[in-house]
Design a protein around this ligand. Structure first.
Ligand SMILES: [Zn+2]
Length: 90
């Protein structure tokens, strides 16, 4: 039984662990294979907000971040849309 979780930064919904612990709120220290955000590190240690990371990632063309192959039918635009955030521009 494997549950999957969604990246709050880019909407990638196949994380194997929650990005942030539901109990402590602490980052998992995992790196999103999609956008490359490291929960609890990019934000807490490096001081980059999720919003900032997201817009940088989008601006750079939403490329797959992991060395592992991206899922078949991976659709970064759709995934970001699923977050229901307003994107500047279009
Ligand atoms: Zn992500």
């Amino acid at each position: 039984m494997s549950e999957s979780y969604t990246c709050p930064v880019c909407g990638f919904n196949q994380l194997t662990e929650p990005a942030y612990s539901p109990t402590t709120g602490l980052g998992s220290y995992d790196i999103c294979p999609s956008c490359g955000f490291e929960y609890g590190v990019s934000d807490d240690d490096d001081g980059i907000s999720q919003e900032q990371w997201r817009s940088d990632w989008i601006a750079k063309g939403m490329s797959w971040s992991s060395q592992f192959p991206q899922p078949e039918n991976w659709n970064p635009k759709q995934q970001v849309k699923s977050l229901n955030i307003d994107k500047e521009g279009e």
